[in-house]
Design a protein around this ligand. Structure first.
Ligand code: NAP
Length: 259
């Protein structure tokens, strides 16, 4: 067997359909691009149309099959509509990536119910609802991959973890619950755990060179993360190669969590 066919047997996503929430920016955009270039037809879900169309145009220019859905994942109706619109593009997904997320960071004493509700809705409830919509059908078909993007704050509290840390901790538990339910039917469910990644989510921190250098020094690799750093791990977790990896949290953080 040639190395090309061996590698494609493990990692090719040809013929697969992927839905990537938050796929128009940052880590999600990096992952959407990786899955599409590995052969998947990718539907990117987020709110802002300009970012969505820019993402899809870039992928199509690279010869990829991609479509977008504009939806607000902070409401249950928005999530349901997004799921059906996503299916209309290329059919039922084999791969679901939940990267859409928000981090509002008020001090704990000032954390109101509005921030709590919105954080839980986008970061936790949307992944749950999309899992309920797509997971059982993946199980029926005998193959599926669910990948959530969590955070160091699922494991420890720092810089005002507040509702965000709670939502990410619960998201890791959701991955385990989904893994328990659907892994016997070929559907693996895992999380990718970033460190500090230079994306629009972190505009304020990224603008402070001292903070950026201090965070880079906390990694083992010696730099902060980039969206591209998630490409390989995402393709692995989306592919046949990861069939025996489920319920796990894979840290893509330059060693930050173990330094
Ligand atoms: N960057 C980091 O250092 C870091 C660290 C740990 C974990 N993470 C996690 O990684 C994931 C991606 O973060 P990122 O840094 O790539 O952030 P980002 O660049 O801000 O991207 C967030 C994405 O989510 C979408 N989104 C946000 N709210 C939405 C809503 N209500 N409905 C639909 N889409 C929505 C955004 O698009 P619209 O605004 O157009 O809707 C955008 O596409 C998040 O879950 C985040 O918590 C990031």
């Amino acid at each position: 067997m040639t190395s090309d066919s061996y590698l494609s047997g493990l990692f090719s996503l040809n013929g697969q359909v992927a839905v990537v929430t938050g796929g128009s920016s940052g880590i999600g955009r990096g992952i959407a691009g990786a899955l599409a270039r590995a052969g998947a037809s990718v539907v990117v879900v987020a709110r802002r149309e300009a970012e969505l169309t820019a993402t899809i145009e870039e992928l199509k220019a690279d010869g990829c099959r991609a479509a977008w859905v504009s939806a607000d994942l902070s409401t249950r109706d928005g999530v349901r509509a997004a799921a059906e619109e996503a299916v209309a593009a290329f059919g039922e997904p084999d791969i679901l990536v939940n990267s859409a997320g928000i981090n509002l960071r008020p001090p704990m004493s000032e954390l109101g119910e509005d921030v709590w509700d919105t954080t839980m809705a986008v970061n936790l409830e949307a992944p749950y609802l999309l899992g309920q919509r797509f997971g059982p059908k993946m199980a029926e078909r005998g193959f599926g991959r669910i990948i959530h993007i969590t955070s160091q704050q699922a494991h420890r509290a720092f810089v005002q973890s507040g509702a965000y840390g709670v939502s990410k901790g619960a998201l890791e538990s959701l991955a385990r619950s989904q893994a328990e339910a659907w892994s016997p039917y070929g559907v693996t469910c895992n999380t990718l755990v970033p460190g500090f990644v230079m994306t629009p989510l972190n505009t304020r921190l990224s603008a402070d060179p001292q903070q950026v250098a201090a965070l880079a020094a906390r990694t083992m690799v010696g730099r902060n993360g980039l969206a591209e750093d998630f490409a390989g791990a995402a393709v692995f977790l989306a592919s046949r190669a990861s069939a025996y990896v489920t319920g796990q949290a894979l840290f893509v953080d330059g060693g930050l969590s173990v330094h």
